[in-house]
Design a protein around this ligand. Sequence first.
Ligand SMILES: NC(=O)c1ccc[n+]([C@@H]2O[C@H](COP(=O)([O-])OP(=O)(O)OC[C@H]3O[C@@H](n4cnc5c(N)ncnc54)[C@H](OP(=O)(O)O)[C@@H]3O)[C@@H](O)[C@H]2O)c1
Length: 277
Amino acid sequence: MILVVGHKGMLGQELMALFGSSARGVDVDDIDITDLQSVQRVLVTLKPRVVVNAAAYTDVDGCESNAELAMQVNGEGVAHLAMVTKEIGAKLVHVSTDYVFDGSKGSPYLEDDLLKPLNVYGESKLAGEMNTWFNPDHLIVRTQWLYGHAGKNFVETMLKLAAERKELSVVDDQIGSPTWTYDLARAIKALMDNNCTGTYHAANAGFVSWNGFAKEIFRLAGLDTVVKPMTTTELGRPATRPLYSTLDCSKLVQDTGFVPQPWQDALKRYLELRPTK
Ligand SMILES: NC(=O)c1ccc[n+]([C@@H]2O[C@H](COP(=O)([O-])OP(=O)(O)OC[C@H]3O[C@@H](n4cnc5c(N)ncnc54)[C@H](OP(=O)(O)O)[C@@H]3O)[C@@H](O)[C@H]2O)c1
C-alpha cells in the first residue's frame, strides 16, 4: 500500500486520485509529522510499502515570520518520516522545490547544482532534503510553480482578481515553469514505477514570467484583463525569491520515458477541466 501524507493538500489530492485504491491518505488530523511518536504510531500501524510525503508548510512568506514552524514541518518532519520508513522497510518519496536554488545560474538547474536557498522556506525544504538521508531508500522530486484543481493557486487567484478588476500588475522578472499537479503526480508515479531513487526534477516544459503566465491564463479564458509589468522589488514580499529557477527535467525523461507536456498545453487542459465556480 502507498501512503500519501498530506492527502488533503493540492498535490496530495491529485496523488490520491491517480493512485486510486492502491493508496491511503493521512493529513494533519491523523498524523503530525513534527511529532516522531505520531509518525511511528501511524506508520507502524498501517505498514505502507511506500510513503509519499506531500505534507509541508507551503506559505513562503509566512515561513519568514514562522521560521521555527517551517523547520519543524519541512525539515524535522521529513527526518521523522525517513527514520520510521527505514525502520519499517518502506521507501520514502519526498517532494521538494526549486527554492533550494538561488536563481543566479542563468540556465535550467540540474539535480546536483549548488543548493543555496534565499529564504526560510527554501532553507527548511533543503533541511528536509538532507533529512531524507535517514532512509537510503528515498526519492526526492523537486518541482515548482504548482497549480491544481484542489488548491489555492496562482491561476485561481488571477481569475478571481480578473472578475473584480480590469487591470492588474504582475511581476515580470521572475521566471519559472508553471506546473499542473496532474502532470506532477504522473511524473512521480513514473519515477516510482521505474524504481528510481535519489533526486529528480519534474515540472511542465518551457518557462515564462508570472506576468506572461497571467497573460496566457486570461487569453485562454477569453478575458480582456490588462496585465501590466511590475518588478519583484516593487511587489515587496517578505521572502526573497529566486529570479530564474527553472528545472532541467532531462534525467526524469531519460530514466522513465515520461515527457512533461509544455506548460501552455497543461494550462489549457486545466482550464477546460476546471469546475465552474
Ligand atoms: N505549491 C507550490 O507552488 C509548490 C512548489 C514547489 C514545491 N512544492 C512542494 O510540493 C508539496 C505539495 O505542495 P502543495 O502546494 O500541494 O501543499 P499544500 O496544498 O499546502 O498541502 C500540504 C498539506 O500538508 C498538511 N500539513 C501541514 N503541516 C502538517 C503536519 N505537521 N503534519 C501533517 N500534515 C501537515 C497541510 O495541512 P493544513 O492545510 O491543515 O496545514 C496540507 O493538507 C510540498 O512539499 C511543497 O513544498 C509546492
